[in-house]
Design a binder for this molecule. Sequence first.
Ligand code: A3P
Length: 295
Amino acid sequence: MELIQDTYRLPLEYVKGVPLIKYFAEAVGPLQSFQAQPDDLLISTYPKSGTTWVSQILDMIYQGGDLEKCHRAPIFIRVPFLELKGPGIPSGLETVRETPAPRLIKTHLPLALLPQSLLDQKVKVVYVARNAKDVAVSYYHFYRMAKVHPDPGTWDSFLQKFMAGEVCYGSWYQHVREWWELSRTHPVLYLFYEDMKENPKREIRKILEFLGHSLPEEIVDHIIRHTSFEEMKKNPMTNYTTMPHDIMDHDISPFMRRGTAGDWKNTFTVAQNECFDADYAEKMAGCDLSFCSEL
Ligand code: A3P
């Protein structure tokens, strides 16, 4: 893979008011001609909400629990990342086109940037939401290790940017709300990271029901075992260590970092927490979504 110095630490670019990594911003225009297929399954999340986890669960379900088949390629190839673009790497669109049906496709796009065809084709969506505080901390460490992002600065300054929606993909608050709203009119299975931590079997059963699949109990148990944080952390097909070191530096912070609910408590100061809660109450006013910030 060709590594180009100019790829790193570039400022975000705004598309329809949404800040994006420069290359992803360039991908959004051509993406609008993307033709979805009715049997596609879209995995949608705000970044750092458990995308990789639910992607591995879904691929294991699609492969009938066959771990060998899930070793066929890294997760970002098995589940193409729709808006991915960068110098020297195949775009998400190219990877999707080479993926045999039924396809699993990942996106973090807010609805304003989503290709219309996914909605027109009534493509089923599995959405995973995670509490904002853990997302903010996880995103901060991801910014540090994945140099396609701008420099995150200090934790405090990053947190301010997160609250203002000035991070890649924009406002967490708007993202979780608008996909929740969409679930009233579109086939969206809206899951929570914390529920998956608390009771993975219950959440996998929800996924199976949503897909109209059934699997024997022992296969479900096998999937739970191989999609645990510990297993996925040591699995090169899920832990992103196959990405070039220049793009993701796991020595700075591993992609599979903590994998817990409530880790934010180790980072937020009391003052940051108070400020965050007050701002959160305003931004989430009138919304019937409720999040669990620790287990
Ligand atoms: P932390 O940084 O809090 O550890 P995404 O895949 O959306 O980028 O999300 C990454 C976050 O999900 C990271 O959170 C990562 O550790 C966590 N994660 C990945 N696989 C997981 C698993 N199997 N169980 C629990 N958390 C997982």
